[in-house]
Design a binder for this molecule. Sequence first.
Ligand SMILES: NC(=O)c1ccc[n+]([C@@H]2O[C@H](COP(=O)([O-])OP(=O)(O)OC[C@H]3O[C@@H](n4cnc5c(N)ncnc54)[C@H](O)[C@@H]3O)[C@@H](O)[C@H]2O)c1
Ligand SMILES: O=c1ccn([C@@H]2O[C@H](COP(=O)(O)OP(=O)(O)O[C@H]3O[C@H](CO)[C@H](O)[C@H](O)[C@H]3O)[C@@H](O)[C@H]2O)c(=O)[nH]1
Length: 320
Amino acid sequence: MSGKYLVTGGAGYVGSVVAQHLLEAGHEVVVLDNLSTGFREGVPAGAAFIEGDIRDAAKWLDASFDGVLHFAAFSQVGESVVKPEKYWENNVGGTMALLEAMRAAGVRRLVFSSTAATYGEPDQVPIVESAPTKPTNPYGASKLAVDHMITGEAAAHGLGAVSLRYFNVAGAYGTCGERHDPESHLIPLVLQVAQGRRDAISVFGDDYPTPDGTCVRDYIHVADLAEAHLLAVAAAEPGEHLICNLGNGNGFSVREVVETVRRVTGHPIPEVVAPRRGGDPAVLVASAETAREKLGWNPSRADLAGIVSDAWEFAQRRAG
Ligand SMILES: NC(=O)c1ccc[n+]([C@@H]2O[C@H](COP(=O)([O-])OP(=O)(O)OC[C@H]3O[C@@H](n4cnc5c(N)ncnc54)[C@H](O)[C@@H]3O)[C@@H](O)[C@H]2O)c1
Ligand SMILES: O=c1ccn([C@@H]2O[C@H](COP(=O)(O)OP(=O)(O)O[C@H]3O[C@H](CO)[C@H](O)[C@H](O)[C@H]3O)[C@@H](O)[C@H]2O)c(=O)[nH]1
């Protein structure tokens, strides 16, 4: 059944891809984004656009909405370590205002972009949702605080919510792709080296307790992630807060990612070893069994070379 959804942060990377999937599934989409890190032209054609802040969501939310997909946040791990207040204010303060607006308007379904960063340095991999949550940076702590807020909102006020804990999102979908400015994520940065826009990729630390000494992450294609959001919106049950990890269960080191980019693009990628980046856990790999079981999610784009190839095509199109 088609519905009407508010997509906060829909001018950003993940939000724009999910908005596009919602439109393709026949839903009505209203994007609310203050363009702090997103781009007006990133909003998919066919979505209505409000340039505004989630703190003012009450101005636009009303009972005509079937639900909210909430992507709007700051999300740079390194920045959050040096400017934690920015993360508490926007991610936690902003979401508190959004939840109040939803409550007042009687909008009862929420899908929230949580993160693997809520777990911190895991005791065991793959990480299951019942693992201890000990974030190693303020970004992860702010997202964990929101997850707690949502649990309370569901229990006390009947919200039906799903938090999706993404691992490392990558790849592109149609005209929507990763475009942070300045870029801070590994794959688009390595692609910038391939394009000659950077001289080398800095490898942040090669003395981690991993096979090649560099950090290991679980890269998930943004289109697989988007499909999980559509399933989550349908699965949200009043009074319940479901938390699901989204990843492929495969870990790739920073060096393996760089090597994959070399193979996919055919360009040599010079590497420079740099100091560790504050707040980085050594290994983050997901168990996504809950998403498979409870949402019926079945990701189909797990191949790292395929993920990099889609990201490369998007980067080349933008550069051209
Ligand atoms: N990209 C990843 O690997 C990753 C991994 C885990 C979780 N996440 C989460 O997914 C979400 C989307 O990430 P992304 O990579 O697309 O980031 P992004 O920066 O591209 O998108 C975030 C969007 O939110 C908007 N925004 C921020 N604060 C706002 C506010 N107060 N009011 C209105 N709009 C606001 C920005 O302008 C931007 O368009 C974030 O919540 C992030 O924490 C991302
Ligand atoms: O120039 C760079 C950039 C990154 N890295 C390394 O590459 C890995 C991936 O870094 P990203 O910045 O691409 O991604 P993060 O793992 O820091 O964070 C992402 O994934 C996390 C969970 O895995 C959270 O979900 C978070 O929201 C999301 O941004 C990290 O070990 C990082 O230190 C480098 O070596 N050089």
